[in-house]
Design a protein around this ligand. Structure first.
Ligand code: GLN
Length: 309
């Protein structure tokens, strides 16, 4: 039974209403000073279906930095530029109970590509003659997948993080000492932070998610943008590791492969159905948006999006 557009819109509006009780809960990420310069109660939701229908709500024009959601793109790029075996020789596939920027889950290699150590590693696997060329390739992929030329580089966010990124610097140097990569550690870190500073809005990000929900193919032409093999890996890693140390609980409650970022966005991907982006910058202790994660749970229930049901 197919619902009419107005009926779907009404249903989503009801779900958004239910999420209003989480407004005001949580704190902004202040460890990157520039991330604190936003409206703490800003809110946006976008759902883009694999058939190209777009449902936008709230501050849809608000541009935020991708932060850790860029780890998904970095993994896709690493898988484009290397064999699967070569990628997973350098980075593991297991969830971790430690914080996203912890040095503990490195052991012989980072436990998965969606924590900082893992994404610094995938950044080291991206091909290009210098950091500028590598970053341009990442940016071009984001533009292509989000079907938007407006994707920007947020210089203020980048500079702000560069000034305060001692922990990531330690991680990059530690990885190099472990021979996970042999490139210049500062350059690898530079690319990682640039990736985190890509500016996007909720609708563009949901479109990017819809392409992945569509098996990596363009929503209109069906042309392959990301290989099916890479999509399969990325979604599996999002499901098991995308919400940091809350990944297991989130998968159990929500059942949607998702990736969060400390700017307050969460990207959810429902295979064969849609990409979803929530934006609400107040975070819990793990760095996940409180209203966002709860809205995804509500939507999963109300719109029947749990991949296990
Ligand atoms: N740029 C952030 C960092 O490295 C990304 C972390 C996140 O979004 N969880 O700390």
């Amino acid at each position: 039974m197919f619902l009419k557009r107005e009926e779907i819109v009404k249903k989503i509006e009801k779900s958004i209403k239910k999420s209003e009780r989480f407004i005001g809960e949580g704190e902004l990420a202040t460890y990157i000073p520039e991330l604190a310069n936003v409206d703490p109660n800003g809110f946006a939701l976008s759902i883009v279906t694999t058939t190209g229908d777009v449902y936008d709500f709230g501050d849809i024009d608000t541009v935020f930095s991708m932060q850790s959601i860029s780890k998904v793109i970095s993994l896709i790029m690493a898988l484009k530029d290397n064999t699967i075996q070569d990628v997973f020789e350098k980075v593991g596939t297991e969830p971790t109970k430690y914080k996203f920027n912890s040095l503990i889950p490195i052991d012989d290699k980072p436990s998965n590509p969606l924590i900082n150590a893992g994404a610094i590693t995938t950044a080291s696997l991206i091909v290009g003659k210098d950091v500028d060329e590598k970053f341009q390739r990442v940016l071009n992929l984001v533009k292509k997948l989000s079907d938007s030329e407006k994707i920007t580089f947020l210089k203020e966010v980048y500079s702000s993080e560069m000034e305060t990124t001692d922990v990531n610097k330690s991680i990059a140097y530690y990885l190099r000492s472990k021979k996970i990569f042999s490139l210049n550690a500062d350059e690898v870190l530079d690319l990682y932070i640039r990736n985190c500073s890509i500016g996007i809005n909720a609708s563009e990000l949901a479109h990017l998610g819809a392409v992945l929900a569509n098996g990596g193919s363009d929503l209109v032409t069906g042309d392959e943008m990301v290989s099916k093999e890479a999509v399969k890996i990325v979604l599996a890693q999002m499901a098991s590791c995308g919400m940091y140390e809350e990944s297991g609980e989130f998968l159990l409650n929500v059942g949607i492969p998702s990736k969060s970022g400390v700017s307050g966005a969460i990207l959810g991907i429902v295979p064969g159905k849609c990409g979803i982006c929530t934006y609400s910058p107040r975070l819990d202790e793990s760095g996940n948006s409180i209203r966002g994660k709860n809205l995804l749970k509500i939507l999963s229930n109300d719109l029947n999006l749990n991949i296990f049901l």
